[in-house]
Design a binder for this molecule. Structure first.
Ligand code: ZN
Length: 363
């Protein structure tokens, strides 16, 4: 579009789950609900518009083996964009991807710096691997490098034990979370098992990734403290494969992973029913491909979360949680237009009709 051109979105604009309007205008890259005076050169898009989807857990600049070059990171971000994911919460990356902030054609990224893991207790080449004495210093460093989040690896397989176990004693975690909060950053942790959860929540953590180990006695604690979860069900779906791969060396770990997988939908549903904030994240960028956010929303619905709440987990609710606007007057025009009402069937998210980023239709 040339300067002065105006984009007109017609049909149903889902500003909020209950706030539905008939049209939206994009002027100078921003959302407006007033027809601009003297509008000319109008491009019209029709359909059901949502705020750009949020992938609340993915990794840009990372693949199964570690950091990737800028071209590969760009392709990852473009794949997310194609899927309508226009706001990414990067849950840890060893690459410096801050250059994407200058690219109006790429999804916006909220970074958590680089993962902080215990020595030899995470995927090789991903994390800072450190011991508890250094945790506060590393958390402070990543809080300064990130965009308001820090990512811990809360549990991982302990090869001597042959099972998942917590990576951090309570005291350094408590001090590290306090330090992050002092620096204005929120803290999240990768956790599959039940064991680390109580300490992390009581230490003040803001969010838990995966959270497959949530149990009935922990759910009220999460709800009371407002600790969010990002279940990453499209990733949990790979647990049986992982379990099969580790079966001969780590049978106890394999059985544990299978149990967590078996009850994943019940876990997510119970968390949602108790009022725990649940957000949509795919865990793309490790072993999973980018662009899977529609599949994650469908999985949340399969788990028993109502469609509107599952949509909110990738749109209105997720944006509010991350402190980013949706389709309010004056907000950057990041939106996706679909053929049908996503509240009636979230599967329409799999096929965006138009993706609009910073007011521009992207192909
Ligand atoms: Zn991840």
């Amino acid at each position: 579009m040339s300067d002065g051109a105006v984009l007109h979105v017609k049909g149903r604009v889902l500003v909020g789950p209950e706030d539905v309007r008939d049209e939206l205008w994009v002027v100078g890259g921003r959302v407006s609900y007033d027809r601009p005076a003297g509008a000319r050169d109008i491009t019209t898009v029709t359909g059901w518009a949502l705020p750009g989807l949020v992938d609340a857990h993915c990794h840009v600049g990372l693949d199964a083996h570690g950091p990737v070059d800028a071209d590969t990171a760009e392709k990852q971000a473009l794949t997310d964009r194609e899927a309508g994911a226009l706001l990414l919460r990067d849950a840890g990356s060893p690459s410096d991807t801050r250059w994407t902030d200058d690219r109006a054609d790429l999804p916006k990224i909220i970074r958590a710096g680089r993962h902080i893991a215990r020595t030899r207790r995470y995927i090789r080449n991903y994390a800072w691997e450190i011991e508890p004495d250094d945790l506060v210093a590393y958390v402070a460093q990543e809080a300064r490098r990130g965009d308001g989040w820090v990512k811990l690896v809360g549990d991982w397989i302990d090869r001597d034990l042959g099972d998942l176990s917590a990576c951090w004693p309570r005291e350094p975690v408590e001090a590290a979370i306090a330090e992050a909060h002092r620096l204005g950053a929120r803290v999240t942790a990768h956790c599959f098992a039940t064991e680390p959860l109580r300490d992390l929540v009581e230490a003040g953590i803001d969010c838990v990734e995966h959270a497959t180990g949530l149990t009935d006695d922990l759910i009220p604690l999460f709800a009371e403290r407002g600790v969010a979860i990002v279940p990453t069900l499209v990733n949990i779906a790979t647990f049986p494969q992982l379990a099969a791969g580790g079966e001969s060396r780590f049978p106890r770990w394999s059985a544990h992973m299978r149990r967590l997988h078996d009850r994943r939908y019940d876990t997510v549903r119970a968390a949602y029913d108790a009022g725990i904030p649940v957000y949509a994240g795919t865990d793309a960028g490790g072993s999973l491909a980018h662009g899977l956010v529609a599949g994650e929303v469908a999985e949340l619905v399969t788990a028993g979360i109502p469609a509107v709440a599952a949509l909110s987990a990738t749109t209105w609710g997720a944006r509010a949680w991350l402190g980013r606007p949706g389709l309010q007057e004056g907000a950057p025009a990041d939106l996706v237009v679909y053929e049908g009402d996503p509240r009636a069937d979230v599967r329409v998210l799999a096929a965006p009709r138009r993706v609009v980023l910073e007011g521009r239709i992207v192909e």
